[in-house]
Design a protein around this ligand. Structure first.
Ligand code: EPZ
Length: 421
C-alpha cells in the first residue's frame, strides 16, 4: 500500500493555489444527470472521489470529456435508467447524491448505500424524509436505497430537517429541481458548496432561491439545458494549508480562495497568534511566534467546520497552554487521529465530545495511519511540524480529497514523498 514519507522541521514558504471544492464537485457531478445537454465545468479537482463519480456516470451512458486545466464536459442526455455501479458507489460517500439525481430524472432510483469516511455513523434518514416529502416511496435495505415516485411523478413538497444536514439539503435540492410545484427545505444547511450546487443548477435553468440560508426554495422546471460553470475554491483544502503554516512555521500566500468562506478559520488562527492577511482572492499566513491556546466548538457553516478539527488540533498540540475542541457534529471524530498524534508526542485527553489538548514544545516523527480524509491531512501536518521522520499509511483516504498534495507541499519547501509500496 502506498505511504507518505515526511522529514519534519522544514518551514513552508511561497505560494499555493487552491483547487476546486471537493464537496461542491461531488454534488454537481451527479446533478448533471438532470441536464439534457453538455455541461462544461471548470475547476474540477483532480481527486479520486471525482474520478469515481465520473466513472459511474460514464458506465451509465454519459459522455465525459476530460479536458486540460481541471475542466470536464459531462453530457448525460443519452443516459437511460440503470443502477449505478455498486462497487464504485460503495467507495465514496457522495454516491448517495445519485439517489436524488435518478429520482429527479427518471422518477426512480436504486443505489447502493455509500461508503466513504466512517469516523462516525452516517445515517441518511433526513435525505429519505425529503424524498418522501416529494411524494416518493423509499425503501432502505442493509445495502441499498430504492426510491420510486408516485404515478404522477415527483411533486414539490415541504420538509423541515430535524438535523442540519449538508447531504440531505443537497440531495433534496437535486431531486426537487425538476419536480413540478414548489419545494421548501427548512432548517437547511448553509455551506458554500450548497450555494455552488444551486448556482450550477440555476445556470442550467433551475429556479432555486435561498441557498446559503436555512430556507431553500425550489420551483420545479420542465427541463435543464447544458451550459458552462466553474466550481468554487475548496474551503477545507485552503484551511488545511493555512493550519499547516501555523503549525509548521513559514510564510505562505494561499491563492484562489474566497476569504469570506474562511472567516472562522482565519479568526481562530489569528486568535492563536498567526499573522493572517486577506486580499480579494488570497490569504497570507505567517507564523510569527509560538501559537497560543484556543477553544473551538465545531458547528454547521458559518461556524467552525468539523472538517478542520484535526488540522487545527495539530496547531493546538504545539501551542502554549491547554486548548479545547468540542465536536458537535460527529462526536466520535476525535478517535480518527488522537491516538496517532499521541504516538507523535501529543498530549490529548478526550472526554465525550470534548478533547483537551496540552500543547508540547515539539512533536516527534512516527509511523501513523490515516483513518479518514481529514484525519490523514492532520497527520501530514503533524509530520511536517515534527522533529525527525514520519510515515503515513493508508494515504488513499487523503488522496480522495487533496489534489496534488505532494506537489503543492514540496513547492512550499516540505520534504515529503509518496512511496508506492
Ligand atoms: C458532508 O457530509 C461532508 N461530505 C463532510 O465532509 C462534512 O464533514 C459534513 O458534510 C459536515 O459538514 C460531503 O459533502 C461529501 P451531514 P454529510 O449530513 O453530508 C447527521 C470531508 O471531509 N445526519 O451534514 O454526510 C450526521 O450524522 C467530509 O469532506 C443525520 O442524522 O454530513 C451528522 O451528525 C467528511 N441524518 C450531521 O447530521 C441524515 O440523514 C451532519 O451530517 C444526515 C445527516
Amino acid at each position: 500500500m502506498p505511504t507518505y514519507h515526511i522529514e519534519g522541521g522544514h518551514l513552508l514558504n511561497g505560494e499555493v493555489t487552491i483547487s476546486g471544492a471537493k464537496n461542491a464537485a461531488v454534488a454537481i457531478i451527479p446533478a448533471t444527470l438532470l441536464v439534457k445537454g453538455p455541461c462544461r465545468i471548470e475547476n474540477v479537482p483532480d481527486i479520486s472521489d471525482v474520478h469515481i463519480l465520473l466513472n459511474i456516470l460514464e458506465q451509465m451512458g454519459a459522455t465525459i470529456l476530460r479536458l486540460p486545466n481541471d475542466t470536464v464536459e459531462i453530457d448525460c442526455s443519452a443516459v437511460e435508467y440503470t443502477q449505478p455501479s455498486a462497487t464504485l458507489a460503495q467507495q465514496i460517500r457522495a454516491s448517495y447524491y445519485l439517489i436524488g439525481a435518478q429520482l429527479g430524472r427518471f422518477g426512480r432510483a436504486h443505489v447502493a448505500l455509500p461508503g466513504g469516511c466512517n469516523f462516525a455513523p452516517r445515517p441518511i434518514d433526513q435525505h429519505i424524509k425529503g424524498f418522501l416529502a416529494l411524494g416518493a416511496k423509499v425503501e432502505e435495505t442493509e445495502s441499498y436505497v430504492n426510491a420510486e415516485a408516485g404515478p404522477s411523478g415527483l411533486r414539490g413538497g415541504r420538509v423541515n430537517l430535524d438535523v442540519v444536514s449538508v447531504g440531505a439539503t443537497i440531495n433534496i435540492i437535486i431531486a426537487a429541481a425538476l419536480a413540478p410545484g414548489q419545494t421548501i427545505i427548512e432548517n437547511a444547511a448553509r455551506e458554500p458548496h450548497i450555494v455552488d450546487l444551486a448556482n450550477f443548477l440555476n445556470t442550467m435553468g433551475a429556479k432555486i432561491s435561498g441557498a446559503g440560508t436555512d430556507v431553500v426554495k425550489i420551483r420545479g422546471v420542465s427541463a435543464l439545458r447544458g451550459g458552462f460553470y466553474s466550481i468554487i475554491p475548496d474551503q477545507i483544502e485552503a484551511g488545511t494549508y493555512m493550519a499547516a503554516v501555523a503549525a509548521v512555521g513559514g510564510n505562505v500566500l494561499v491563492k484562489n480562495v474566497i476569504p469570506k468562506h474562511m472567516d472562522c478559520i482565519t479568526a481562530k488562527l489569528r486568535e492563536m497568534g498567526a499573522a493572517v492577511t486577506e486580499s480579494d482572492d488570497a490569504i497570507r499566513v505567517e507564523k510569527i511566534r509560538r501559537l497560543r491556546r484556543a477553544t473551538i466548538k465545531t458547528m454547521p457553516y458559518p461556524g467552525f467546520p468539523t472538517d478542520m478539527q484535526g488540522q487545527v488540533g495539530v496547531c493546538m498540540a504545539l501551542a502554549e497552554g491547554v486548548s479545547r475542541i468540542t465536536e458537535s457534529i460527529y462526536e466520535t471524530r476525535f478517535f480518527a487521529y488522537c491516538d496517532e498524534l499521541r504516538a507523535m508526542g501529543a498530549s490529548i485527553q478526550v472526554n465525550g465530545k470534548t478533547a483537551y489538548i496540552t500543547g508540547q514544545p515539539k512533536l516527534h516523527g512516527a509511523t501513523v495511519r490515516a483513518h479518514d480524509l481529514r484525519a490523514g491531512a492532520a497527520l501530514v501536518i503533524a509530520g511536517l511540524a515534527a522533529e525527525g521522520n514520519t510515515v503515513v499509511q493508508d494515504i488513499h483516504f487523503i488522496e480522495r480529497g487533496y489534489e496534488n498534495l505532494i506537489g503543492k507541499l514540496t513547492a512550499l519547501g516540505a520534504k515529503i514523498y509518496r512511496q508506492e509500496d
